[in-house]
Design a binder for this molecule. Structure first.
Ligand code: SAM
Ligand code: SF4
Length: 330
């Protein structure tokens, strides 16, 4: 198997997050304005053939873990066919998907059969009215049904991602964490990231340290081995709990030194850092029909310029953040 490429800071780059659509059936307040964002024309979005060529090129370079995301990936037509085709590419070690869960109950079995091994579901609250306020859609019950269907279908692990917002859902940190006592889920608390232009995040951000302190007050919490390994989350477990807790703190304690990821937006732009505005257009290369080795060369060049760390705490940079998570591919 090909060794993964490394960047200028000796980080191994083996993980690609592929956004398959910029569209979404929710409008989470921290991610999108109520009327949504301007949509790309269908012709601007990578076709499935283009996405598969890209995935094959990346896997051929040693990038062996792929996550399908969006927007909301389950709203793209024939998503199961795409997943099945990517899962069959020789050399892939892990294929996963991130979803808001609204359509999950109808897709869980199909996703498992199409080769999706693990799934992340966004779930910021356990209260239906609050769910409706955060996502601007009243569908908590459908999402919960989707999570149960994913468990039944054998998708594992199921990671539940909660963006913690002060004054909105920070009163539910304990309730969300308690899910790990009943289910084998990984409940992950994510610091709110300031993507929306002009938005002050300081009053919404609940730092990881505060989340951890609240969790520790609930009972003995042990750090799990993964906390020491690569990856953005710190992992913990309550005594005898079937599930785990993760804390993702891109803002207060950035994980740049262990960052192993690349992102490709739905219209085929490669981003080596979530918080950098630098993008490389891969769509043009794909549409010109360049051989895969040439596309790999373009990707390697971008990897060599991957920034050492993000500048999220720099106010000048924050004013210039040009895209939101839904269009980058979270
Ligand atoms: N629609 C899918 C979903 O919601 O899971 C996949 C795409 S969404 C952009 C991926 C992840 O980004 C979600 O877990 C969401 O909570 C997170 N996200 C979006 N905006 C964010 C923000 N401003 N701060 C932190 N996380 C954010
Ligand atoms: Fe849609 Fe996911 Fe963004 Fe919510 S976080 S608006 S579900 S893309």
């Amino acid at each position: 198997m090909t060794a993964p490429p490394t960047d200028s800071f000796a980080r191994k780059i083996d993980y690609l997050r592929l956004s398959v659509t910029d569209r979404c059936n929710l409008r989470c307040t921290y991610c999108m304005p109520e009327d949504g964002v301007p949509k790309f024309d269908h012709s601007e979005i990578l076709s499935y053939e283009e996405i598969i060529t890209l995935a094959r090129t990346a896997i051929g370079m040693g990038i062996s873990k792929i996550r399908i995301t969006g927007g909301e990936p389950l709203v793209r037509k024939d998503i199961l066919t795409l997943c099945a085709n990517i899962s069959r590419i020789p050399g892939i070690r892990s294929l996963s998907l991130t979803t808001n869960g609204v359509l999950l109950s109808g897709f869980a079995d199909g996703l498992h059969k199409a080769g999706i091994q693990r799934i992340n579901v966004s779930l910021d609250t356990l209260k239906p009215e609050k769910f409706a306020a955060i996502t601007r859609h009243d569908c908590f019950a459908r999402v919960w049904e989707g999570i149960m269907a994913a468990q039944k279908a054998g998708l594992s692990p199921i990671k539940l991602n909660a963006v913690v917002l002060r004054g909105t859902n920070d009163d539910e940190i304990e309730d969300l964490a308690r899910l790990t006592l009943r289910f084998p889920f990984h409940v992950r608390f994510i610091e709110f990231m300031p993507f929306r232009q002009g938005e002050s995040h300081d009053n919404k951000l609940v730092p990881a340290s505060e989340i951890l302190e609240r969790l520790r007050r609930m009972g003995p919490l042990t750090a799990s081995d993964e906390t020491q390994s690569n990856g953005p989350a710190l992992h913990y477990r309550f005594e005898n709990a079937p599930g785990k807790i993760g804390i993702i703190s891109p803002v207060s304690n950035h994980f740049c030194p262990s960052c192993n990821r690349l992102r490709v937006t739905a219209e085929g732009r490669l981003r080596t850092c979530l918080f950098s505005s630098e993008e490389t257009d891969l769509r043009q290369a794909l549409r010109e029909g360049l051989p895969e080795e040439n596309i790999a060369r373009i990707i390697r060049l971008a990897i060599s310029a991957k920034p050492e760390k993000h500048e999220l705490s720099n106010p000048v940079f924050r004013k210039c953040i040009s895209r939101q998570m839904s269009s980058i591919g979270g």
